[in-house]
Write a protein that binds this ligand. Structure first.
Ligand SMILES: Cc1cc2nc3c(=O)[nH]c(=O)nc-3n(C[C@H](O)[C@H](O)[C@H](O)COP(=O)(O)O)c2cc1C
Length: 192
């Protein structure tokens, strides 16, 4: 699993999916996409999950670069892309279409064709933002029906859906990669 994050929300989501997959017997490694160990080869893995968050309409550039530079391998192996954004927060119907566009733009820009794609609503960690970002995010929240109380952080993720996604991924991987599952040796490796 390779991810990008600005305020840690996508990292938490990836950790959750990794925990679920580990419980289900998968062996996996989790890496930040901007801190990949150079000695690690994609060929060592049976499947790849990339997860990124949207910032000003676009996912992390280093994730795009990672996908582009491993494109033929990624398109020839089981893979999934997870997109985390604010637009999908409950109560703003146009957000569905917006989230779909972010995800599709990443795939178009990179040429990647993952079997699994999923978008999730992220968070609004107002207390972690600088003054300007907090003000901008509050304005956007007013327009899109998201929480505007900036004195606290907001978690807008439906974590049950994240668990469900992990279960779907498990079923998919087990159907293709029975050798990836070793309940005795299950572990999560790498920085997460
Ligand atoms: C500066 C900034 C810009 C953002 N731009 C967008 C955006 O264009 N569209 C969107 O849907 N969400 C946007 N978001 C919301 C983030 O995608 C959301 O907060 C997500 O949970 C961030 O996850 P992360 O902490 O893993 O980076 C933005 C958030 C910030 C702080």
């Amino acid at each position: 699993m390779i991810y990008g994050t600005s305020y840690g929300h996508t990292a938490r989501m990836v950790k959750r999916v990794a925990e679920r997959l580990t419980e289900l017997g998968h062996r996996l490694s989790v890496w930040r996409g901007d801190a990949l160990p150079s000695e690690q080869a994609l060929e060592d893995f049976g499947a790849v999950v990339v997860a990124g968050s949207v910032r000003y309409g676009r996912h992390q550039r280093f994730l795009e670069e990672f996908v582009r530079s491993h494109l033929s391998r990624l398109n020839g192996m089981p893979s999934a892309f997870v997109s985390v954004c604010g637009a999908l927060a409950p109560g703003w119907p146009p957000g569905q279409e917006e989230a779909r566009k972010y995800l599709q733009r990443f795939l178009t820009r990179t040429g990647w064709r993952p079997e699994f794609t999923r978008s999730f609503a992220g968070g609004l960690p107002y207390t972690e933002y600088g003054l300007l970002t907090r003000w901008v995010m509050k304005c956007i929240s007013q327009r899109t029906g998201r929480p505007t109380d900036t004195s606290r952080d907001w978690d807008l993720t439906d974590w049950a859906s994240v668990d469900h996604f992990a279960a779907e991924l498990d079923g998919f991987l087990k159907s293709l990669l029975p050798s990836a599952v070793e309940p005795q040796a299950a572990s999560v490796a790498g920085p997460s």
